[in-house]
Write a protein that binds this ligand. Sequence first.
Ligand code: PLP
Length: 386
Amino acid sequence: MPGKMIYLDYAASTPVDSRVLDRMREVAELNCANPSSTHAAGREAQAIIAEAAAQLAELLNVSPGSLIWTSGATESDNLAIAGGARHRTHRGKHLVTMKTEHKAVTDVFEALAKEGFDVTWVDAGADGLLCPDSFAAALRDDTQFASIMYVNNETGVIQDIEALGTICRERDVLFHVDAAQAVGKLPIDLGNLPVDLLSLTGHKFYGPKGIGALYIADRAGCHVEPILYGGGQQRSIRPGTLPTDLIAGLGMAAAVAATRIEPDLAHLRALRQLLWEGIRCVDGIRLNGDPGGFPGILNVSVEDIDGESLLLALEPLLVATGSACNSKTGEPSYVLRALGLGDDQAQSAIRFSLGRPTTRDEVEFAAARYRDAVAHLRKLAPDRAA
Ligand SMILES: *Cc1c(COP(=O)(O)O)cnc(C)c1O
């Protein structure tokens, strides 16, 4: 990290845990083989991968054989949605998703709509929560696939995956969950959750970037068509040479997470409370999204403040703006717009995201910095004040 910066952007990416780094280095030094090779070193690479699959499977309570390695949640989302929908055209062409999904989901549905699929975009409430009744109402007889995220990356809102999945099972709809922000952070028991496909990625829970997985339930009719073609690895569902070291790192991140979920949650709850207490008295501030969401994320807007100026004034805090993943387009966040925020409110939004290494001192400093930055900007441009 550049000197003196305070990293509060854990929802964008997390630092790699030292045990994960050690394991990756150990594997990279030990074994250079292609895991597809049938000689002894290739078989050793396969054993390393099998161990990582067992670690990830244990975290999720699934069988290791139900996990497909990918390059991250973007690829897992693409494979699940495009691959799942195309596999089930005999059931119909209607698909359902939500307006506040990540771009790695929304853009796949946009592409499928151009291919001739019929997509319904359900609305979240003002708190970001999808009401199971409105979800059920969006399903039709020809609905064959639905995708709803677990934890929202901008607001931390947690959807009721069990209720939504139950509705899908009753209606024979294949159900995908983008859990990039949830795996390793919330307890997830896929052995007892009606989910067919689930996407995850290493770098959101202290593992390496560039490695993720797609869980495919071992259940009749639950299958995806490949979106990549090649050497036949992973039953041709996702071909390509497996990166042994990255996979070993993801496995270790899962093993570490299995012991850390409850203490991490308690730590994050205390810190988010401290942060909110420190800034809630700022004039015109509002908390975006259900306050009962994932405690690692706090998203706030403030009246009559320009978001870009605020971000600059907040240095040395490394936080995300209301445009978050859209920051390149400069458009106000479509996620916050979908929660009913106006353009000004959406573009003044700041996402603080906290992680395992975050300290009370950092959070207290961040709260003071936020109060000072807002006061400073209001002094500079008093005409903008309400
Ligand atoms: C980060 C993220 C992704 C993309 O994951 P990558 O591994 O970076 O491709 C997808 N969905 C959500 C909700 C995310 O937070």
